[in-house]
Design a protein around this ligand. Structure first.
Ligand SMILES: Nc1ncnc2c1ncn2[C@@H]1O[C@H](COP(=O)(O)OP(=O)(O)OP(=O)(O)O)[C@@H](O)[C@H]1O
Ligand SMILES: [Mg+2]
Length: 232
């Protein structure tokens, strides 16, 4: 479903004219099959977020290819990539990134509004997702009236509402206590099993990596296949 082949990415740092080039992704090769949960582990600064940003097309790699569903995406124009992203990817962030002025239901609904989906269909879909992530009772709450775990459920529902086949998550449980973390991990596992969704999860947490079917490790921009601690 996703094949990254010898992807390189370099940041230029320092003043214009005096830049220093810092390679952050070095010949990264990654394959993700449909319906898999993949965890990418690595220390702070190893290039995890950069890898996810390149995969999502927010940054263009310096070299290498990225095939998603057999299609080369690393050469798409910015607007073609934006369309591709909307159709194929849902995003889950460490800090939820909810709109503070919108209720849980309205946050979940937002991507459909942007897509111009009629109101009846939007409401139906939002109701479905609220039930799926167990938030029906707090649909009218604003983010600051929700716990961290509930906020992450809202953000997961928002990521799912456009029916993307692939979910990209950067430290999805990084802001949660360990009990709430387990909750969110169970939700991810059940979405993976019931809906066959593919997850690429960036983390430095072995608990998160334990729900993955396969793991990779990033060491200073080099990606290697990792060993699991024990079977799920
Ligand atoms: N826009 C940028 N310009 C220059 N250097 C950058 C930029 N973004 C990231 N870097 C550098 O690239 C390296 C990898 O950063 P990245 O954010 O991918 O790490 P990470 O593994 O996600 O770390 P963390 O676990 O702390 O989130 C770091 O050394 C960082 O300083
Ligand atoms: Mg990061």
């Amino acid at each position: 479903m996703i094949e990254m082949n010898r992807v390189n990415h370099t940041f230029a740092i320092g003043k214009a004219g005096k830049e220093r080039k810092v390679p952050v992704l070095k010949d990264v090769t990654l394959d993700v099959r449909e319906g898999e949960i993949i965890a990418i582990l690595g220390r702070s600064g190893s290039g995890k977020s950069t890898l996810l940003n390149v995969l999502a097309g927010f940054m263009r790699p310096e070299s290498g290819s990225i095939l998603v569903g057999g299609r080369e995406v690393s050469t798409l124009s910015e607007s073609a990539m934006a369309d591709f992203r909307l159709a194929h990817y849902g995003f889950i962030f460490q800090n939820f990134q909810l709109m503070p002025g919108l209720t849980a239901a309205e946050n979940i609904e937002l991507p459909l509004k942007i897509k111009g989906i009629p109101v009846q269909e939007r409401k139906r879909k939002v109701g479905e997702l609220l039930a799926q992530v167990g938030l029906t009772e707090v649909a009218a709450h604003y983010p600051n009236e929700l716990s961290g775990g509930q906020q992450q459920r809202v953000s997961i529902a928002r990521a799912l509402i456009t029916d993307p086949p692939i979910l990209l998550a950067d430290e999805p449980t990084g802001s949660l206590d360990s009990e709430t973390e387990q909750d969110i991990l169970h939700l991810i596992q059940s979405l993976n099993r019931k809906l066959g969704l593919t997850f690429v999860i960036i983390t430095h947490d072995a608990e998160v990596a334990d729900i993955a079917h396969r793991q990779y490790q990033l060491h200073d921009g080099e990606l290697v296949k990792g060993e699991k601690r024990h079977a799920v």
